[in-house]
Write a protein that binds this ligand. Structure first.
Ligand SMILES: [Zn+2]
Length: 112
């Protein structure tokens, strides 16, 4: 059985103390449960009100968003179908009618 290395100093000498993992080198303590959650394959992406988003969802835009490098604006209330979640600062990949493929931030949309 192997314990995860210390998230602070990367020490491999972590040990369990009840529900906590402890690093003997830097004295960092953290919860083993939290560490396990962070290792899931997909990170959870939530919309502006905390709904969990998934590939294929339809969302609506909650504020006017300027499209980078153009004079186009995605108006508040615009429905965006079939989103795809991606890594990064803009975590939604999508195609918007009249605008084309673009990326959105999950904090500016709401699941419908
Ligand atoms: Zn440490």
């Amino acid at each position: 059985m192997s314990l995860p290395p210390c998230p602070k100093c990367n020490s491999e000498y972590t040990y369990e103390d009840g529900a906590l993992l402890v690093c003997p080198e830097c004295a960092h303590e953290w919860s083993a449960d939290a560490a396990a959650e962070g290792e899931g394959d997909a990170k959870v992406i939530k919309d502006a009100v905390g709904n969990v988003l998934q590939d294929g969802d339809t969302v609506s835009v909650i504020k006017d968003l300027k499209v980078k490098g153009s004079s186009l604006v995605v108006k508040v209330g615009t429905k965006v179908k079939n989103i795809r979640l991606v890594e990064g600062d803009h975590d939604i990949d999508c195609k918007i009618d009249g605008i084309g493929a673009m990326k959105l931030k999950s904090e500016f949309v709401k699941k419908v």
